[in-house]
Design a binder for this molecule. Structure first.
Ligand code: ADP
Ligand code: GLC
Length: 481
């Protein structure tokens, strides 16, 4: 089985969030399932730089405003296609999506339509002696690919995975011709969304199967509260929509061999040196008697850190401390930086910092994910793996991966963390309180941390679920081609 995975991010080349972790981990996870997965990425400077030896497998003189080449190379065993189109992706400042002014790049519709166009071309014609059976598209940046493939006459079955419904990938309708979209699809049952083109909706409507990254989020997406305007479309997918839980890359996130942490460990009681080093590095109070709660997150409305800020006095009143590594909305960053400046028991670091994220996740006692919604969430999984107990909102993938360490669960060694209802500040305070209670019983805490470290967080089951999904589709795809 051959699968082309197309996305705007992929570890270790380019990352702004969990999408990159997942796209980067899937190929190796699926190899064990007999699936050959290659990845197609936009040719951002960092991606081109990381490519090493490669060849040009296709060319176009004018791809949405400039010349483009499709490159192929193998990087650390991964088959990587890169769309080299400097007019679209070569930007010195900003991020993959935002310019230096913090606003979307104005040509985002063209940038990701180009990626999707080339994905469809590859799925139809193949390149570099590889013709996929399945085209697997991630989030809106790849959402137009199933439409283009249909326009080209098909050639592979398509899967669209929703990592986050919050981004609709909108473009003004007048771009339709320029984006090479057949206007026949511009209607409410197609890619039209309230008078605009939505790449997200295109993926949802035109892909043969839609998945999202946890079973609970799959259910939530059918509701107006979580569907963000797409719940109606999602309901029409019926059983063609399913939730397949993310795993983590267990080689990259392994407390026994992690080279980014000062003292590797294989049991919760051996976390102490890393904890002590972290407290010292961050200038926290080494004598504080309570637990060290940590978080590593984008700081946006979704992530609920305004609630956590309001619950921090509860943590501090019980002798606890808090360390945050986060970046995002300037107001939220400033709020936390001010709290850090005012109280020695709160440490805040902004910016993106991979090594520090490992030290924080390994050195913390508990990790907070207070999201309003969370398709899957990865840091609670890293927390489990490192015996850093997740304190999370009961929503999406957080609800599917953390077991409240209540009396019954602890009796059978199953509890791994603390949950509260999403958006419920009193509930969050109560969860913090329960965490502090457990902390005061060292033996009980270590039992829960041991259960957390043993909880399966790898890709095995979910890779099998993806392989099964591809298998279901592959027969139908060759018939349609
Ligand atoms: P999302 O994709 O919504 O941001 P996830 O929990 O799925 O949420 O994934 C976030 C990923 O980004 C994790 O790998 C996390 O460790 C990482 N991350 C988030 N913020 C930072 C940061 N400031 N520095 C380093 N890594 C970060
Ligand atoms: C998104 C979601 C996050 C998920 C990640 C990877 O960014 O916000 O919950 O873990 O994608 O699927």
């Amino acid at each position: 089985m051959r699968v082309l995975s197309v996305a705007s991010e992929c570890v270790p080349f380019v990352k702004t969030g969990g999408l990159a972790d997942v796209v980067g981990a899937l190929p190796a996870a699926l190899e064990d399932q007999g699936v050959e997965m290659r990845v197609l990425l936009p040719g951002y400077e960092a991606v081109i730089a990381a490519m090493g030896k490669h060849k040009t497998v296709a060319e176009e003189d004018n791809l949405f405003g400039g010349p483009a080449q499709l490159l192929y190379g193998k990087v650390d065993g991964l088959g990587l296609y890169v769309l080299h189109a400097p007019h679209l992706y070569d930007r010195t400042d900003g991020s993959p999506y935002l310019g230096p002014d913090g606003k979307d790049w104005p040509d985002n519709p063209q940038r990701f339509a180009a990626l999707s166009w080339v994905a469809a071309f590859l799925a139809r014609a193949g390149a570099g002696k590889f013709k996929p059976d399945i085209l697997h598209c991630h989030d809106w940046q790849a959402g137009l690919a199933p439409v283009y493939l249909k326009q080209m006459g098909g050639g592979a079955a398509t899967v669209f995975t929703v990592h986050n419904i919050a981004f609709a990938g909108l473009a003004e309708a007048h771009h339709m011709g320029e984006l090479r979209l057949d206007p026949a699809g511009f209607h409410p049952d197609g890619f039209e969304y309230w008078g605009q083109i939505s790449a997200l909706k295109a993926g949802l409507v035109y892909a043969d199967r839609v998945t999202t990254v946890s079973p609970t989020y799959a259910r939530e997406l059918r509701t107006p509260e979580f569907g963000m305007g797409m719940d109606g479309v999602i309901r029409t997918k019926g059983t063609a929509m399913r939730g397949i839980l993310n795993g983590i890359d267990e080689a990259m996130w392994d407390p026994r061999s992690d080279e980014l942490i000062p003292a590797p460990f294989d049991a919760p009681h051996s976390k102490v040196p890393g904890r002590t080093a972290l407290i010292s590095e961050l200038g926290l109070d080494p004598t504080a008697p309570g637990p060290l709660l940590v978080a590593v997150s984008r700081l946006t409305e979704q992530k609920g850190f305004d609630l956590l800020a309001a619950a921090l006095p509860t943590l501090l009143s019980r002798g606890g401390q808090f360390a945050l590594l986060g970046s995002g909305t300037p107001e939220i960053e400033e709020q936390f930086l001010a709290m850090g400046a005012a109280d020695r028991r709160v440490a805040v670091r902004t910016g993106y910092n991979e090594p520090l994220s490992h030290r924080i996740i390994a050195g913390g006692d508990a990790i907070a994910v207070p999201s309003r919604f969370e398709p899957c969430g990865l840091t609670q999984l890293y927390g489990l793996r490192y015996g850093t107990l997740p304190l999370v909102a009961r929503t999406g993938g957080l609800a599917d991966t953390v077991i409240e360490a209540n009396h019954a669960a602890r009796l059978v060694g199953a509890g791994t963390g603390f949950l509260f209802d999403a958006g419920d500040l009193d509930g969050l305070r109560a969860a913090v309180w329960r965490m502090c209670d457990l902390w005061e019983d060292r033996a009980a805490w270590l039992d829960v941390a041991t259960a957390a470290m043993q909880h399966p967080v790898g890709w095995r089951a979910s890779a099998a679920a993806y392989a099964e999904l591809y298998g279901e589709l592959a027969g139908g795809a060759s018939a349609a081609a």
